[in-house]
Design a protein around this ligand. Structure first.
Ligand code: NAD
Length: 287
């Protein structure tokens, strides 16, 4: 049996359930979950992410309203748009695709989004809620990673989880979620001394670094479960390829399970955005 966790299939199954739920909300409550997706500028990777998110919405019957703004948009104009979206009861989720251009302060943008509509889970109120175990909107990438881990391992209690990376959008919320599941959690990062020997103790290893093929076989314990969050574009034989932060070919035979790149965490991130949008729509309508 393959030890590759099929994130694409997992995401398709979750989306199938959400599609049924969206149809039921429409039929029984005349409620159409909807998300506003805001893209500022023409960053090619962001355009691909937005396209994939909008396509998933369409498949599920979630309404998506795209706002494409020029790269010269001022922070004030973006904040005005966010304010309008916050006050529009037909919009349940607001996503501003990051990064935003330099003239815009991304912290100000995230703070301006109503926490109830913050389907990315980046607003400080949602971060704080998670820190005290009262999850509201949970960031999509860690949420999707946790779902796959629970599906594969069942109870995570007592497992040693090592998270590589301490970003606000992946590393820290991932560690918080694993702690909530009663894992023993270690975060390692760019200043950690002897990172390999800490990773070798992990029952669960989550890599969110942004360095292609960073984690090698001698970093992982026999039988560990590895979640590779990284998405890195590299050139191989003159062709562009996506690879993770884990050297998949080196590590695969040593571990009990591993997510591939592409087809692992990426599709689950989008599926969890759909999950959060449906949850936000229900919450805002007292369901
Ligand atoms: P980031 O750059 O904000 O954070 C990277 C983290 O890695 C930092 O905390 C840093 O301390 C750590 N780090 C850097 N160099 C290191 C080293 N040599 N040793 C140990 N730690 C080191 O990145 P991010 O936003 O957390 O994203 C990480 C990766 O995940 C990227 O490849 C990104 O593209 C990818 N990503 C994927 C998804 C998805 O949907 N699959 C979502 C978000 C991010």
């Amino acid at each position: 049996m393959s030890n590759v966790i099929n994130g694409k299939q997992f995401a398709d199954d979750l989306c199938e359930k959400l599609k049924t739920e969206v149809a039921t909300l429409q039929e029984q409550h005349n409620l159409s979950p909807s998300i506003a997706v805001v893209l500022v500028g023409e960053d090619p990777a962001s355009q691909v992410y937005v396209r994939n998110k909008v396509r998933r919405c369409e498949q599920l019957g979630i309404k998506s309203i795209e706002h494409r703004l020029s790269a010269e948009t001022s922070e004030a104009d973006l904040l005005t748009l966010i304010d309008e979206l916050n006050n529009d009861s037909a919009i349940h989720g607001i996503l501003v695709q990051l990064p935003v251009p330099d003239q815009i302060n991304d912290k100000a943008v995230l703070a301006a989004i109503s926490p109830k509509k913050d389907v990315d889970g980046f607003h400080i109120e949602n971060v704080g809620a998670m820190a005290v175990g009262e999850n509201q909107m949970v960031p999509c990438t860690p949420l999707g990673s946790l779902m796959m881990l629970q599906d594969h391992l069942g109870d995570l209690s007592g497992k040693h989880a090592v998270v590589i990376g301490r970003s606000n959008i992946v590393g820290k919320p991932m560690a918080t979620l694993l702690l909530q599941q009663s894992c023993t959690v270690t975060i390692v990062h760019s200043r950690t001394v002897d990172i390999q020997s800490i990773c070798r103790q992990a029952d669960i290893l989550v890599a969110a670094v942004g360095i292609p093929n960073f984690v090698k076989a001698d970093w992982v314990k026999e039988g560990a479960v590895v979640i590779d969050v990284g998405i890195n574009r590299i050139e191989v034989d003159g062709k562009s390829r996506l690879v993770g932060d884990v050297d998949f070919d080196d590590v695969q035979s040593k571990v009990s399970a591993i997510t591939p790149v592409p087809g692992g965490v990426g599709p689950m991130t989008i599926a969890c955005l759909m999950y959060n949008t449906v949850a936000a729509a229900k919450m805002q309508n007292g369901l």
